[in-house]
Design a protein. Structure first.
Length: 280
């Protein structure tokens, strides 16, 4: 009975845990004998990006994937290595049952993205064909960020009341958060301005693969059949079969026709597919 009560208390408290509290518990777990991963600066950057008071349960796979993509654009050499501590933190969240979906797998730096997109705004290189659902989600996210913009200004004002600026961590964190918020607001405003709302799939047969298309593929080697839906990078969810147009497979499938053989080079080797059906 006691164990059951403890489990209920743990479950209730975990639904409301903030990123800041989660980080403190993660760091404490390292001190208590678990494998230390270091990288406190990267961990604090991750938490500041989303807001220290944000609930862990509010994080989504697309949020984490977008953070990785944004980080890769701003980081120096080897961003994947630097994101290691953050991945360990996300794994810890899953182990503690604070999130239902494992988020660590979505913290991936797109291959070649930084080199290909250097100097270009993200919306200039990514597709802007969005579903109505995703458009509405981004619009709501933009409104929340505008509210956060006001709050972070107040945080900066309070932090500046401390005249000792030499080691004013709250001020540094608030300024960094402000920079993230302003960058994200500009990005979302550009995304929404340039977005084309994708309608329901036409009942007529599709001849070519495009954004929003459902594709049935057969793996040449194994004969295994797989089904993907090609979506914008903001809608990608591999677990649901939604792959991004920025992914290696997504790029290889664009503008393909039924019967085409598709060859995709991935880190684990080469994949070969035949397009069996488009749509449906």
């Amino acid at each position: 009975m006691i164990d059951t009560v403890h489990e209920v208390v743990k479950l209730v408290s975990s639904t409301d845990i903030s990123l800041s509290d989660a980080l403190n518990r993660f760091l404490a777990s390292q001190k208590n004998g678990k494998k230390a991963v270091g990288g406190n600066q990267e961990l604090n950057r991750f938490v500041a990006w989303f807001g220290r008071g944000r609930k862990v349960s509010e994080l989504s796979p697309s949020d984490v994937a977008e953070y990785a993509a944004q980080y890769a654009s701003a980081a120096g050499a080897d961003p994947t290595k630097k994101l290691g501590p953050v991945k360990a933190f996300l794994t810890f969240m899953k182990e503690e049952s604070w999130v239902e979906t494992g988020l660590a797998a979505h913290l991936r730096v797109p291959r070649g993205r930084r080199a290909a997109n250097q100097g270009l705004p993200r919306h200039a290189t990514d597709s802007t064909h969005l579903s109505q659902e995703t458009y509405d989600r981004l619009a709501a996210q933009l409104e929340t960020l505008k509210e956060d913009r006001v709050k972070v200004v107040e945080d900066i004002r309070r932090a500046m009341a401390d005249k000792d600026f030499r080691e004013n961590a709250p001020l540094d964190a608030a300024k960094e958060r402000q920079g993230f918020i302003e960058s994200k607001i500009r990005e979302l405003e550009a995304d929404l301005t340039n977005a084309q709302i994708r309608g329901a799939e036409s009942a007529e047969p599709q001849r070519r693969v495009c954004v929003g298309t459902r594709i049935t593929l057969k793996e040449v080697t194994s004969g295994k059949q797989v089904v993907y839906t090609l979506v914008d990078v903001r809608e990608a969810d591999v677990a649901s079969g939604k792959i991004s147009t920025a992914s290696p497979v997504g790029q290889a499938l664009l503008d393909r026709a039924t019967g085409d053989e598709v060859v995709v080079n991935v880190p684990k080797g080469t994949l070969r597919y035949v397009v069996e059906r488009i749509g449906g």
